[in-house]
Design a protein around this ligand. Structure first.
Ligand code: 13P
Length: 248
């Protein structure tokens, strides 16, 4: 069984005081034991958040370097992240692909760097609107996975996490329908099955992201092949995020 996960990607929102207030509301230890909760604040606030986190959830980073250390101005390393309590990184978010020019090759290097360092990651994929409208979303997403993730061995990908985030649903208030989400997730699971077999494919968590909120989470997260959510805007509101976690 794939692990259920609810993750909050804060993106470039909240100052330190607001971040700590939000964390206070999440420090409840009331989350269901079978749901893994991960919060991705701005990296700048990892240390102060980590200092007050009561262990109810894990902390992750929205971005990190594919290099170990050295002269890479503005970058942060996995080692540095771990030293302030971060345990997981996002890779391949569509905003970083679009605004920071992150290529399939770079994402593959980040995946490899995580594997070498035994550092957990969530690999994001998803098609833009034009691709969906042309009916090519399955081949588009499959290519993203083949380009940067499916070179891993079965041992390496086992227990991994993929997030399907259709670009047209991110921050738009327009979610994928239950049928659209389930169809893509089912296909991702079947590609994993073809390449790695049933044991691996059943254990990889596949999260949905894109305008998931307290009102629609129950429906989306109850799809058979949806193992959780990667939440943007709604993760900035403590009641909404808690409601999404408790929709399981
Ligand atoms: P929204 O939930 O704001 O649409 O963002 C989704 C997302 O990009 C999470 O990584």
């Amino acid at each position: 069984m794939a692990q259920k996960i609810v993750a909050g990607n804060w993106k470039m929102n909240l100052d330190l005081e607001q971040s700590l207030q939000l964390i206070e509301g999440l420090n409840t230890k009331e989350f269901k034991n079978d749901v893994r909760v991960i919060v991705f604040p701005p990296s700048l606030f990892l240390q102060p958040i980590s200092a007050v986190c009561d262990g109810s959830f894990e902390l992750g980073v929205q971005n990190f370097s594919e290099n170990e250390k050295g002269a890479f101005t503005g970058e942060i390393s996995i080692n540095q992240i771990e030293s302030v309590g971060g345990t997981v990184g996002l890779i391949g978010h569509s905003e970083r692909r679009a605004y920071n020019g992150e290529s399939n090759e770079l994402l593959k290097a980040k995946v490899n760097h995580c594997i070498e360092n035994n550092f957990d990651f969530i690999f994001c994929c998803g098609e833009p609107l034009s691709v969906r409208e042309a009916g090519n979303e399955l081949s588009f997403v499959k290519k993203q996975l083949e380009a940067s993730l499916f070179h891993l061995t079965a041992d390496q990908i086992a227990g991994g996490v993929i997030a399907y985030e259709p670009v047209w649903a991110i921050g738009t208030g327009k979610t994928a329908s239950v049928a659209q989400a389930e169809d893509m997730h089912m296909n991702i699971r079947s590609w994993l099955n073809e390449k790695y077999g049933a044991q691996v494919s059943n254990n990889v968590s596949i999260l949905y992201g894109g305008s998931c909120n307290a009102s629609n989470a129950k429906e989306l997260l109850s799809c058979p092949n949806v193992d959780g959510g990667l939440i943007g805007g709604a993760s900035l509101k403590v009641d909404d995020f808690n409601a999404i976690i408790h929709s399981y």
